[in-house]
Design a protein around this ligand. Structure first.
Ligand code: SF4
Length: 191
């Protein structure tokens, strides 16, 4: 109680922060990258603590992270975001085993795998995330997308398409208004 924050380890700081956040027994805890920069052992302890508290306090957790391993461990439902928009949403098993959006698929391909040949190159997503003030027109992901429909995705913002009762995607590839050959339906107005 008497220590300054700089006297605590990273793991202790995280625990203190969680204690502060839970002091009022919230119904929803928003945890934004709560395990970033922690070693994997401390990260595992923090995750266990959060999941235990979730059950004990009957609260929900909105967990924000770039770590897909953490997502697989803690999430029930996943919202994949790109440039501030939810591009795919669904149960965690669907996101990992049946990903739909090209960005989700690329993210999963870029997870390093143990045991690969040293010469095997890591699969990265080409390009960089654009600055929010220079958001590409059409689909924001089109400059980096390996499945983009030339001449269409860079002009039309994809609508949200429902894939199941509990899953949706924002991509022209799943839009019934774009035909099977990947050509836009001529009846479709430019969004
Ligand atoms: S709408 Fe087009 S550019 Fe955007 S993710 Fe889908 S295929 Fe790729």
């Amino acid at each position: 109680m008497d220590a300054y924050s700089f006297q605590l380890s990273g793991g202790l700081c995280q625990r203190a922060m969680i204690a502060i956040a839970l002091a009022c027994q919230p119904a929803l805890l928003i945890a934004d990258e709560p395990t970033t920069a922690l070693d994997v052992t401390t990260q595992a302890r923090i995750l266990d603590l959060l999941l235990e508290l979730k059950e004990d306090l009957a609260m929900s957790i909105l967990f924000i992270t770039h770590d897909l391993g953490v997502v697989a461990e803690v999430a029930d439902e996943v919202a994949v975001m790109y440039l501030g928009k939810v591009v795919e949403y669904g149960p965690v098993s669907r996101i990992f085993h049946q990903p739909s959006h090209p960005y989700t698929r690329a993210l999963l391909r870029s997870i390093p795998t143990f045991g690969l040949d040293r010469r095997h190159r890591l699969q990265a997503i080409p390009g960089l995330v654009p600055h929010p003030s220079r958001r590409p027109v059409g689909c924001s992901y089109h400059p980096r997308c390996d499945a983009a429909i030339a001449g269409f995705c860079e002009q039309n913002v994809p609508a949200t398409t429902r894939l199941a009762d509990d899953a949706s995607v924002q991509c022209h590839l799943y839009d019934p208004a774009v035909d099977d050959a990947g050509r836009p339906d001529p009846r479709m107005a430019t969004r």
